[in-house]
Design a protein around this ligand. Sequence first.
Ligand code: FAD
Length: 262
Amino acid sequence: MNILLIYAHPEPRSLNGSLKSFIIKRLENAGHFVQLSDLYAMKWKAALDADDNTERQADARFDPSLNSKQAFEQGTQSKDIALEQDKLRWANAVILQFPLWWFSMPAILKGWVERVYAYGFAYGVGEHSDAHWGDRYGEGMMAGKRAMLVVTAGGWESHYSPRGINGPIDDILFPIQHGILYYPGFDTLPPFVIYRSSRTDEIRFSRICEELGQRLDDLWKAAPIPFRPQNAGEYDIPRLTLRSDVAPGQYGFGAHVALNQL
Ligand code: FAD
């Protein structure tokens, strides 16, 4: 299988750097092909702007979505964006690896998403009408591919538990797992999260590698998070709210996960 690792940490000698090397080795030893996008090493340009379309009219008002759409359709996207899209087309599975920074991904990785997820590629796909609000949330260009997060966090696991002060980790990662991965069609596997990362020594590191290695071995057979697909009848269209008989009494992020399938 082809696996794309999108990695965002500025220091190769960090915990994340060691985990990145472990992930690549484990997957390659299992016979998979791995491509790495090491965003800091690539000096990835994080800011989405008018230069992302190489043929944009200099005096035109900059419209981020339209600029992206035109560049994608006309083949005038900046080269770094097109190369990352090719890697995504190539991949059967994608791993996003990063330290949790301010309850989200580092800005450089967010910038990768903003620029690589072009209009017509990751959004604006399929029929858009009052009867069908696009191919997304379970459908789209990434349908049939798998994705997983590997995240390190300074906080304790209890801080991210259902009643923990930081909020549940599933809620914190929801915009990434549901909004960035499931939206363009990825089957999103449960995340691999390392809590209290500063407390890592040789012994803990080898235990982490054992657990992470198992997750990598299971990449093709693990059950994805059962997010509810947009176009399978559970949402009223075009309001796109859950039908009243689906998950009655449930609100918020959790309502979009079919708990009875867990
Ligand atoms: P490192 O600091 O490189 O390493 C952590 C530990 O692992 C060290 O003790 C190191 O010695 C050890 N180690 C590294 N490699 C190995 C190895 N090969 N074998 C054995 N031991 C090893 N945390 C939160 O929970 N929530 C937040 O919102 C949050 N926001 C942050 C915002 C910013 C801007 C920053 C800088 C940090 C934030 N943190 C937050 C903490 C952050 O998540 C952690 O600092 C990060 O996850 C640690 O990952 P690292 O790769 O940088 O680890």
